[in-house]
Design a protein around this ligand. Structure first.
Ligand code: FCB
Length: 476
């Protein structure tokens, strides 16, 4: 394997609620997360995002760290309630100014900003007006997007509408494990999902209509692809089919969130699975939803393995107990970096960008004052090698954004999970680079040459790419 191409984007991803803190500063409105974290027992250790990494006040130092890493791109999210404290209506100029300064500083350091317009911190005021269940919710989102795009698109060109709709709709409205903590019946959950899809379409239209610089627009669903249990053409075909289908009543899949957006229809078997809970799109809705996109963002963490025996059973936790895992307990499956981009590029025919990939570890400061996170170092090597192997078979992968720059507020897990390349001491707000920070720096500096030298990649299955029968089977 050779190195990564010169134009490759090397980045990290963060999100506003997880790092900014300053929850009451400069006129920021409340988000549903501010509300949710006040419920007792829902966040590990009772953590909140009130202070988080205090990035809102320490952003300059944090950008210096980005620079030290040698990145050429940075994916951040804009907090909707900082721009519009009520969700709609009056703009809070101090919120706009914050992102304005951030972007100027990034650009001055040759770091390209990639903006996620929504990473879950939904304005509380809009939730009180029905949130995603309100038929106006798609329009509210598009109006907010217009404001951001009008202010920032003279400098920003890369836009991502949503981060992981699976999570803010399913975890937030069905399982109730995330804000706003609802457990609604399917009919309402699917209605909220439909409005969110419409919001994506309207927002994309709004970006294209209002951007000063020609925009590159994408979308970043969670990418829970199924992985082939072996590299036989049959297992690969089964994994591809699973990754592209709706197999049972769940929104934790890609078909629900990508078929409408890219192909212009709900999964063909959607009505079979959800029956009378299916939304009834108004005429024209699907045309709005299916706006042409410039890239597909993929958040890749781990995937279940499937084979003929497990086909159609949904996510299969068939990893043995001694399989390597993150501190979260997620199985480590580096091959997701090969099959995720490859399957999605094949199915949806768009260039892909890894918008998130990372690992939580039980990091601590050693007696020498450093953080020796060998597991994360190894994770980066293995995952990047697999990503490169997908590019070697022709997948157009434009960039890699590691999750994440610094340990932060990890949603329901509070401060228990550390995903950062920087170790955050939350009592002093000190950031200390972990071994993985230096490792990622070196990888970027030689475009992966050193780590790729000894990595085997995937053993190419026989026949899969060219076998028409398998493709037809997978498309069902
Ligand atoms: C993803 C989220 C991100 C972070 C990582 C660990 O699902 O997009 O905010 O929580 O998981």
């Amino acid at each position: 394997m050779n190195s990564f191409p010169d134009h490759f984007r090397w980045g990290v991803s963060t999100s506003s609620y997880q790092i900014e803190g300053a929850a009451r500063q400069d006129g920021r409105g409340e988000s549903i997360w501010d509300m949710y974290v006040r419920r007792s027992g829902v966040i590990a250790g009772g953590g909140t995002g009130e202070v988080a990494c205090d990035h809102y006040n320490r952003w300059q130092t944090d950008i210096d760290w980005l620079s030290k890493l040698g990145l050429n791109a940075y994916r951040l999210s804009v907090a909707w309630p900082r721009i519009l404290p009520e969700g709609t209506g009056k703009v809070e100029q101090r919120g706009v100014d914050f992102y304005d300064r951030l972007i100027d500083t990034l650009l001055a350091k040759d770091i390209e900003p990639w903006i996620s317009l929504f990473h879950w911190d939904y304005p509380l005021r809009l939730f009180q007006r029905g949130g995603w269940l309100n038929p106006n919710s798609a329009r509210w989102f598009a109006d907010y997007v217009e404001i951001v795009v009008r202010r920032l698109s003279d400098r920003v060109t890369h836009w991502i509408t949503y981060n992981e709709p699976q999570v803010f709709i399913s975890e937030g409205h069905l399982q109730g494990r995330h804000a706003p903590g609802l457990q609604l019946p399917w009919k309402e959950v699917l209605l909220a999902a439909h409005h969110a899809l419409l919001g994506h379409g309207l927002a994309t239209l709004s970006i294209r209509a209002n951007a000063v610089k020609t925009p590159s627009v994408g979308y970043a669903p969670a990418c829970p692809v199924s992985l082939p249990a072996s590299n036989t053409a049959m297992d690969v075909a089964i994994a591809f089919a699973e990754s592209c289908s709706l197999t049972h009543e769940t929104l934790w899949n890609l078909a629900w969130w990508l078929d409408p957006v890219v192909l212009g229809h709900y999964p063909l078997n959607a009505a079979e699975i959800f029956g009378s809970s299916m939304p009834n799109p108004a005429p024209g809705d699907l045309e709005i939803i299916a706006q042409p996109l410039d890239f597909l963002g993929l958040n890749l963490y781990w995937g279940p393995r499937v084979d003929a025996k497990h086909r159609g059973t949904g996510a299969v936790w068939n990893y043995p107990v001694d399989h390597p895992r993150s501190a979260f307990g997620w199985a480590l499956t580096p091959e997701i970096m090969h099959w995720g981009p490859r399957f999605m590029a094949k199915r949806y025919k768009l260039p892909v960008v890894v918008t998130e990939n990372g690992i939580s570890c039980l990091d601590s400061i050693a007696t020498d004052g450093n953080i020796h996170d060998g597991l994360r170092v190894d994770f980066l090597t293995r995952h990047l090698a697999m990503l490169r192997s997908a590019m070697n078979v022709g997948v157009d992968v434009q960039g890699y954004f590691h999750w994440t720059l610094l340990d932060n507020f990890e949603w329901a897990d509070g401060y228990k999970q550390r995903f950062g390349l920087l170790y955050t001491d939350f009592s002093t707000q000190t950031r200390t680079p972990k071994d993985s920070f230096h490792h990622y720096h070196d990888v970027i500096a030689d475009k992966g040459e050193r780590i790729l030298a000894n990595q085997p990649g995937i053993v190419e299955p026989d026949g899969w790419e060219s076998d028409e029968e398998v493709l037809q089977f997978a498309a069902k």
